[in-house]
Design a protein around this ligand. Sequence first.
Ligand code: DMJ
Length: 638
Amino acid sequence: EMVKGECISVLEPCRGSLLPLSGRRIPTLSPGAASFPHHRATLRLSEKFILLLILSAFITLCFGAFFFLPDNSKHKLSHSAPSPPDHKPQRGRDLMEEEESLRDKIRVDHERALQEAKEKLRKSRDELRAEIQTEKSKVVEDLKKKKEVPKPLPPVPMPKVVGVNDGDPVEPDVKEKRDKIREMMKHAWDSYRQYGWGHNELKPLAKKGHSTNIFGNSQMGATIVDALDSLYMMGLHDEFKDGQEWIEQNLDFSVNAEVSVFEVNIRFIGGLLAAYYLSGQEVFKVKAVQLAEKLLPAFNTPTGIPWAMVNLKSGVGRNWGWASAGSSILAEFGTLHMEFVHLTYLTGNPAYYQKVMHIRKLLAKMDRPNGLYPNYLNPRTGRWGQHHTSVGGLGDSFYEYLLKAWLMSDKTDTEARKTYDDAIEAIERHLIRKSNGGLTFIGEWKNGHLERKMGHLTCFAGGMFALGADGSPDAKAGHYLQLGAEIAHTCHESYDRTVLKLGPEAFKFDSGLEAVAVRQNEKYYILRPEVIETYWYMWRFTHDPKYRQWGWEAAQAIDKYCRVSGGFSGVKDVYSSNPTYDDVQQSFFLAETLKYLYLLFSSDDLMPLESWVFNTEAHPLPVLHLANLTLPGSQAQR
Ligand code: DMJ
């Protein structure tokens, strides 16, 4: 009788057999089998006979299997031996051989993996941890090596680079002022070097790094890149070298950061390209191109109007939450032209040029309310958002880049010039007015209504009108130069009517108030450049000494009220004699404000305007003589 759970079979492995790691089962004696001899005595003869029969059948089976089943090793040998002509065709045999060797390889790999796994299991936690760490660092190293190999760029002729080392003023008092500006630059740079190095910006009071959402959560050394060309022009070569070294070793764009396409373009790409043209150092060009490639996914929208922001790692783009109906911003997607044309020139890649020309073509086809360009355009539908028009924030540099596209093309891009002229005409008709006190101002157009308010940002337009005077239609050069002078005067008034002699963020021309801020949250000054920028252009075109005088007043006020031991800070209220600081040293203070001041106290042979065009962040790019060269992709566009 069988006891439940007992094992009597010698053919079938019993429960409880050992299962080795290889997966094959080795039959063992079960407790039942161990008790077999005890039962034997009680078996009858017939039963013994049956048992014997079974045993002999089993032995026969084993014998048969041994001799008649195909021998794998022989099989293998037969493949390597020459085959008779009537055998399978050679190709079939090759395939079988391949299959066989693949199987062998898989088996060897499996065995190796098994062996490694066994060894790993024997290791202690710490040993494993150390091993993981070593492997990780190896991967990082390999990645770095891969990144370091710069993509070869086609050799292109270097455009004429003139006037980068000149500018010494002859007058001693002017020279003294210029030296003072250089000293301010050094203080701003040294403070950032000491307390904020590698961060985007500096908190000069807290004496640590600072960043805002325009740079995502990155640490991309925005101040270094933005300041490079100013350092170069000012002859601060050790500082320039220091910045270059940081860029070579640390500037990396494979970061998971959602950045503003516009800001990265004007500060980083503009800054790197200018540093390249001034110094001739290839690294700047290579970095500019690497970064530009990361911006391209922002253009993957239904209309080709780019998103405001893009994640540098994933390439996913989106718009600012505050922008009207999911719109992109005119001053953002309209301020890419200069840098992108240079990128196509330097790389031979038509994509950059085509992207910006596509934007231009799309805008040209659209209806414009009263001939004005609204600040908002939806990149999904291609329709305008709210009908707000501004020459200040949200609109400003779109107009600037139309004019500068024409100048940068050696005045061959007449389409850009015409678009600029038409836009400026509509602006003059609808937005520019004279106050009761005789101040010319540029207001903001909101749904068919003129708001009599002007932003500090709008003050750049004085310089733009002066720069565009030459070449304007109907011989109106004098008119536009005059308009530039009037805007410069109004903006100077906005400075002069404060306690600190620094301009507020926005000022009104309403109910008896002229060129002064009314709301508390418009009284701040954050080291912005626009007013000084206009003084410089006006100085270059008129040489009226009042512009140097006004520039010097501003420089002194900045040094007096914004300078702290850890750098320069913005102030929260320019009407208060006891202002509080905002504790930010903006990167554009080094890129623009101090550069325009330095240029103002230099002679005109430093960066002559016939050869250089400054981008909206004051980064100079050389004029490209497009009459003598064809940009890749430009033919297809025409
Ligand atoms: C700069 O980043 C650029 O000039 C931009 O066009 C708008 N304004 C800031 C400085 O105020």
